[in-house]
Design a protein around this ligand. Structure first.
Ligand code: FAD
Length: 466
């Protein structure tokens, strides 16, 4: 007799494992199936965590080389890439094992293998020895995430032509890296290798980087990255990538029809990700996909098939770990008859470069499109005492508030610790705060967060320090 579960989650990424834990907390007998051999999904294994580890380590390497101007003399600084990679891998192992412990602690049964539907209520799990186990599922949550996409006709070999996964484990610093795509993943990985000594050149189809980001912030971001030595080739379409003895040549055509060739030893393709529904055998149960081949769900995360739900990167919305986690919790609560909910207007997005870039809510471009009248408050980190004290004063805070009600509609920060500072605005927006509410809140001195307060004051043109 196959084992019977009240809830089965397919996929052990931040959406899936969080959902499984919440289901177990709510009293469901729960199983979580993961095919990659370790829990945590893209995020912990080949995404957020290893990339942030390398961003931090490469930043430290870069900083230590520039300490003498600040009166700290160090000896010769050498890179030991193998050790650096081991340090990153250690962080990944600790965290993935931590998730395994959390599943155990919450009495979630963890199946290692690939899950697919046999019927609406039966899941086949095939392990790496091709051994099959069938389990019964009253409710199933699909949380199978996403995978990188390439360009038509270009094959990723993870050595010369790499996706983000390959870029996280190069065994030597490339002399030159071409990054195809100026989104956040390409820029983060480009920053890592640039700081470690590679010449990095970005090729982007659009006329701006980080699509969807407030334009003023994204142009400031590009200016800063250029100062750091990263080169940008905008409005260039990749036509071909030819591998050769030393690496590859990326051939592009620009908006005026000029052809360009970029010689390099590594090409990073970071042009996006696609929902991963491979191998789930969705056809047998009739789960519908949308036009982008993502699992189609309603606002309760239900698919068109009773008792089958989906969350995270495999459905619509921003491909972010915290969005997947929040959906995991919401769907579990909905399954338990509660009112699980995700507020898509307050999902922050952060780019972990130096400086960091963080956004929440509407951009100026979106407000214009919606015909919403808004006020802008801005404050530069150049006038923030903490930022000046530690000589880390690039960037600014920008707050957008409704012209009539003063309600905060969005905020965009480029500067030190932007990823942490944005949380304050998130809370404010969740509580429907006005910019005046933020401006009247006492912020400790000297902190970076005073720049948020000053930007809020500046919405009513009463910033003190500018
Ligand atoms: P995933 O994390 O993709 O997990 C799905 C899991 O399901 C996978 O482990 C997969 O092996 C498993 N699976 C698939 N099919 C099956 C099956 N049939 N049976 C069993 N298991 C299956 N997001 C952020 O918020 N912040 C960041 O800083 C950030 N940085 C990133 C950096 C990089 C380089 C990349 C690639 C991504 C980054 N992301 C970041 C995005 C983030 O990783 C994803 O949004 C997040 O992991 C999505 O979670 P998920 O649970 O939906 O899917």
């Amino acid at each position: 007799m196959s084992e019977k579960f009240q809830a089965v989650v397919i996929g052990g990424g931040p959406g899936g494992y969080v959902c499984a834990i919440r289901l177990a907390q709510l009293g469901f007998k729960t199983a979580c199936i993961e095919s990659r051999g370790s829990l945590g999904g893209t995020c912990l294994n080949v995404g957020c965590i290893p990339s942030k580890s390398l961003l931090n380590l490469s930043e430290e390497f870069h900083k230590v080389q520039n300490l003498s101007s600040k009166g700290i003399e160090v000896g010769e600084v050498k890179l030991n890439l193998e050790k650096m990679m081991k340090s990153k891998d250690k962080a990944v192992t600790i965290l993935t094992k931590g998730v395994e412990f959390l599943l155990k602690k919450n009495k979630v049964t963890y199946y290692k293998g690939t899950g697919s539907f046999k019927t609406k209520n039966e899941i086949i799990i095939k392990d790496d020895q091709n051994k099959e186990t069938i389990i019964q599922a009253e409710k199933t949550v699909i949380a199978t995430g996403s995978v990188p996409v390439s360009l038509p006709g270009i094959e990723i070999d993870e050595k010369v032509i790499v996706s983000s996964t390959g870029a996280l484990k190069l065994d030597k610093v490339p002399k030159k890296m071409v990054v195809v795509g100026g989104g956040y993943i390409g820029l983060e990985m480009g920053s890592v290798w640039s700081r470690l000594g590679a010449e990095v050149e970005v090729v982007e189809f659009l006329d701006h980087i980080t699509p969807g980001m407030d334009k003023e912030i994204s142009s400031e971001f590009m200016k800063i990255l250029k100062k750091q030595g990263i080169k940008f080739n905008m409005q260039n379409k990749v036509e071909a990538i030819q591998k050769n003895k030393t690496g590859a040549v990326v051939s592009t055509v620009d908006k005026d029809g000029n052809k360009n060739n970029f010689d390099c030893d590594v090409v990073l393709i970071s042009v996006g990700r696609k929902a991963n529904t491979n191998g789930l055998n969705l056809k047998v149960v009739g789960v519908e996909l949308d036009e982008k081949k993502r699992v189609k769900t309603d606002s309760m995360f239900k698919t068109n098939v009773d008792n089958i739900y989906a969350i995270g990167d495999v459905i619509s919305g921003p491909m972010l770990a915290h969005k997947a986690e929040d959906e995991g919790i919401a769907v579990a609560e909905n399954i338990a008859g509660q009112s699980g909910h995700v507020n898509y207007d307050t999902i922050p997005g952060v780019v972990y470069t130096t400086p960091e870039v963080a956004s929440i809510g509407k951009t100026e471009e979106q407000l214009k499109e919606l015909n919403t009248k808004y006020k802008i408050g801005k404050f530069s980190f150049m006038a923030n005492s903490r930022a000046k004290a530690i000589d880390d004063a690039e960037g600014f805070v920008k707050i957008l508030a409704d012209e009539t009600t003063d309600k905060v509609l969005g905020a965009h920060i480029i500067g030190p610790h932007a990823g942490e500072l944005i949380a304050e605005i998130g809370i404010a927006m969740e509580f429907g705060a006005s910019s005046e509410d933020i401006a009247r809140t006492c912020h400790a001195h000297p902190t970076f967060s005073e720049a948020v307060k000053e930007a809020a004051l500046s919405v009513d043109k009463r910033a003190i320090h500018s």
